[in-house]
Design a protein around this ligand. Structure first.
Ligand SMILES: Cc1ncc(COP(=O)(O)O)c(C=O)c1O
Length: 367
């Protein structure tokens, strides 16, 4: 078998996903007891205590296929957002929704536009479909270049994808920039507003959710993986005009998300106290990290999500720093795959995990 002959060119170009090390692997490899996993923007508080019971209940019917439209959860999401149920679609994480978007809307020869430093999932899913992707450089302060993005739209552009707030930078489009973007995008081009970190961002004064300035061509993505703490279940959703949702339902894998994921998300969605606690821990943790970086003369970007990006002088420095922190039990994420090889992303953890980060950092830099 000649694997090269078997594959289309676009798949040959893709690289397999390299997962970060698990807590168990790091413990074993370095003989450590305490591990702080600050690598994947998960919720370090866990998830709502209500989730467990709901999931155990759902398992009583695990022999049956799940509700393909996740009706109960769809209704809850529609009600909270003041939209019709037919404007909501659920799938196995917002990454799955990105895949659905790529499967549903692109005709041969059409292109997509995004930034050069953003969520790698969009790079991958467009690559899987062989879609031409124009990556517009972020500005010197790691923000989206709205004019650059609008100028890149041509007669073959089908989609503009922006994560707002952005991952890995934590930066965001100010409300006037967002309005300018929406107004500047032609109506037959889709704007994908990925709001995976919405719950952390919503109280920021000049952050404007796409839900609050919505046109027919805007598709909003949200997830249960971050503030709700359900990354392991794989469940996320999109809100958009029902004409678009109807088409997306055609290409969704019929029975995603799973029944336990639907039950978990429904329970988590109701627990607003847990959500509040999660966002408060992140807010305090971000401020603490900014002060720490300032005290140690480390460059960083202010963030409105649950992670902060530190900016080192070179890729080598980023590699060494991440490795040395790993050896101390602090798992961080280099973001070369996201387009920023000299940067490292730190997920905001619990106060004790942030202590661990700071102590290990001081150990490495002998400060
Ligand atoms: C901007 C953004 N979108 C989507 C995702 C993926 O979320 P999900 O777990 O719902 O697939 C992530 C995860 O890191 C993200 O940062």
């Amino acid at each position: 078998m000649n694997i090269d002959e078997l594959l289309p060119d676009n798949i040959k170009k893709l690289k397999p996903y390299v997962a970060g090390k698990t807590i168990a692997e790091v413990k074993k490899e370095y003989g450590l007891e305490k591990i702080s996993k600050l690598a994947s923007n998960e919720n370090r508080l866990g998830c709502s205590s209500k989730v467990k019971e709901a999931v155990l209940e759902s398992i009583k019917e695990i022999q049956d296929y799940p509700d393909p439209i996740a009706g109960k959860l769809r209704r809850a999401i529609a009600d909270r957002n003041g939209v019709k149920e037919s404007e909501v679609i659920l799938a196995a994480g917002s990454e799955s929704i990105i895949s659905i978007l790529c499967r549903t809307f692109f005709k041969h020869d059409e292109n997509a536009i995004t930034a050069d430093a953003t969520f790698v999932g969009f790079f991958v899913q467009t690559g899987v479909r062989g879609i031409e992707l124009k990556k517009i450089p972020v500005t010197d302060d790691y923000r989206f270049d709205v004019d650059g993005i609008l100028n890149a739209i041509d007669g073959k552009t089908k989609m503009v994808y922006l994560a707002n707030p952005n991952n890995p930078t934590g930066t965001y489009l100010k409300s006037d920039e967002y309005r300018k973007l929406v107004d500047g995008i032609p109506e037959n081009v889709l704007l994908i507003a990925d709001e995976a970190y919405f719950e952390y961002a919503k109280e920021v004064d000049d952050f404007l959710s796409a839900m609050d300035y919505r046109k027919q061509n805007v598709i909003i993505l949200r997830t249960f993986s971050k503030a709700f703490g359900l990354a392991g279940f794989r469940i996320g959703y999109a809100i958009a005009d029902e004409k678009l949702i109807t088409q997306m339902l055609k290409t969704k894998l019929t029975f995603e998300p799973t029944a336990p994921a639907q039950a978990a998300a429904l329970a988590a969605y109701d627990d607003l106290d847990f959500l509040k606690k999660s966002t408060e821990v992140v807010k305090k943790g971000r401020e603490r990290l900014y002060s720490f970086f300032e005290d140690h003369n480390i460059k960083y970007e202010k963030s409105i999500s649950n992670s902060v990006m530190m900016i080192l002088d070179s890729e080598e420095e980023a590699i060494d720093f991440t490795q040395e922190m790993l050896e101390q039990g602090v798992i961080l994420r280099r973001i070369n795959a996201f387009g920023l090889p000299q940067c490292v992303r730190i997920t905001i953890g619990t106060p004790s995990e942030m202590d661990h980060f700071e102590e290990s950092f001081k150990q490495i830099f002998k400060q």
